[in-house]
Design a binder for this molecule. Structure first.
Ligand code: NAI
Length: 403
């Protein structure tokens, strides 16, 4: 494999850099996110790009001539909304993320917030830091026996439910997909029904057209009076003006928010404004739910392992935009990979190129989606480079390389 250049942005854990260097890559690090034009300029000669949630890999970035060497993007986080996945696929750029590495970190923070809101610990903490001793506990409650309503019962939602049960809470959940309840959690058929019965509503849905604004004024009004709302999912899920109004009126007793519709790109920014500031019993955090040492390390390990397997073996397992294809390596063979448009006759043309080069196919695995095909192939003879050059001339070829 030729030496590949990796660019890691946004302070990705060193475990990823070390793993990529050990795999034979040259690694350059930039600790902040890059804006579109900066990113385009930085991509010249880069084969693998690593980002977190603050760098947008747009269609323009992917289609720029500077990105012509790009083979893969690793999103060292859970979400991949910041990447134009379809244009990446059409350019033959395979995208990986770390769907489960920070699940527990988010769940632990949410549980801490439920107790903070129940005891108004945020307000007492702020007062005492300003020298104000206010030994009042009006409205302070235990969480034991209260109903925890989980919206989105996926990886994080289920963990929150399990931890909530450890604290003696009754757990109910609403999800658009049929989900197996863990512990004693009760599925609820509609969002409205969940809101009406929950003392704490916690949101763990992805950002989709359906979830955008899913907690608007009407849904917040449908919450039980005196309940608390927690959002550590995506900023667009809650209408913050409606939430602020409900907090002011006292209908909602407290809120914990980790994600916002417009978040600053830099990790340290002054002058951030949200309608929730200066309201009582509101815990605000700057999108740190999944950010623990354990999560960052585990994300670094998981995503770098996927990237290394892709560049060295061609395995697309776990990719969010490529057909799944993983061929077990076999000794003494020469591997190449071929990303192509999914049109009839590709295998015939590929095999003709192999035959014309005088090579023999040891193993071949093809996987397709409606738009592209991804082929991993082992040759018996050291002719992979010659075959790659032949494949690059085919009209259907998006990308061909010797792994
Ligand atoms: P997941 O994909 O495992 O679970 C999401 C669940 O929501 C699924 O069960 C899905 O069926 C359900 N769902 C989808 N649309 C729905 C709708 N309209 N109504 C009800 N349920 C719906 O995702 P995961 O890993 O649990 O992550 C959840 C959210 O947490 C994501 O938005 C993710 O971006 C966010 N997150 C936030 C972090 C932070 O630092 N605050 C860190 C990690 C994730």
């Amino acid at each position: 494999m030729p030496r590949l250049n990796v660019l890691l942005l946004e302070n990705i854990h060193a475990v990823a850099e070390n793993a990529l260097i050990e795999a034979g890559c040259s690694v350059k690090r930039v600790n902040s996110a890059l804006k579109e034009d900066e990113l385009i300029a930085a991509l010249e000669g880069v084969h693998v790009l690593g980002i977190r949630s603050k760098t947008n890999v747009t269609k323009k970035v992917l289609e720029s001539p500077q990105a012509r060497s790009l083979l893969a993007v690793g999103a060292f986080c859970i979400g991949t909304n910041q990447i134009a996945l379809e244009p990446a696929m059409r350019r033959g750029v395979c995208v990986f993320n770390a769907p489960f590495s920070n699940t527990r970190s988010v769940a632990e923070m949410v549980i801490a917030e439920i107790i903070m809101l129940s005891r108004q610990l945020g307000d007492r903490n702020n007062e005492l830091h300003q020298g104000v001793w206010r030994k009042i506990a009006t409205g302070s409650k235990e969480v034991r026996g209260k109903t925890l309503g989980v919206v989105g019962y996926g990886h994080i939602g289920t963990q929150v439910g399990i931890l909530g049960e450890f604290f003696g809470m009754k757990v109910a959940f609403y999800d658009v997909a049929a989900k197996l309840p863990l512990g004693n959690a009760q599925p609820v058929p509609t969002l409205e029904a969940l809101l009406a019965q929950s003392d704490f509503v916690t949101l763990h849905v992805p950002e989709t057209q359906q979830t955008r604004g899913m907690m608007g004024a009407a849904q917040i009004a449908a919450m039980k009076k005196g309940a608390c709302l927690i959002n550590a999912s995506r900023g667009t899920v809650v209408d913050l003006d409606a939430l602020a109004a409900a907090l002011k009126s006292g209908h909602v007793q407290g809120a914990a928010v980790d994600v916002y519709p417009d978040e600053p790109e830099q990790s340290e920014t002054k002058g951030f404004v949200t309608p929730l500031q200066k309201l009582p019993n509101v815990v605000l955090t700057p999108h740190v739910g999944g950010s623990t040492l354990e999560a960052q390390e585990s994300i670094g390990r998981e995503v770098s392992a996927s990237l290394i397997k892709y560049i060295t073996q061609g395995a697309s397992t776990g990719s969010v935009n490529f057909p799944m294809c993983e061929l077990a390596p076999s000794k003494g063979t020469y591997r190449l990979t071929h990303v192509h448009q999914n049109v009839p006759g590709v295998l015939r043309d590929v095999n003709r190129v192999v035959g014309d080069a005088g090579a023999n196919i040891h193993a071949q695995l093809l996987s397709t989606n409606p738009d592209i095909g991804y082929l991993v192939m082992d040759l018996d003879t050291e002719l992979a480079e010659q075959v790659v050059q032949g494949l690059q001339k085919l009209a259907c070829t998006i990308q061909a390389r010797a792994a």
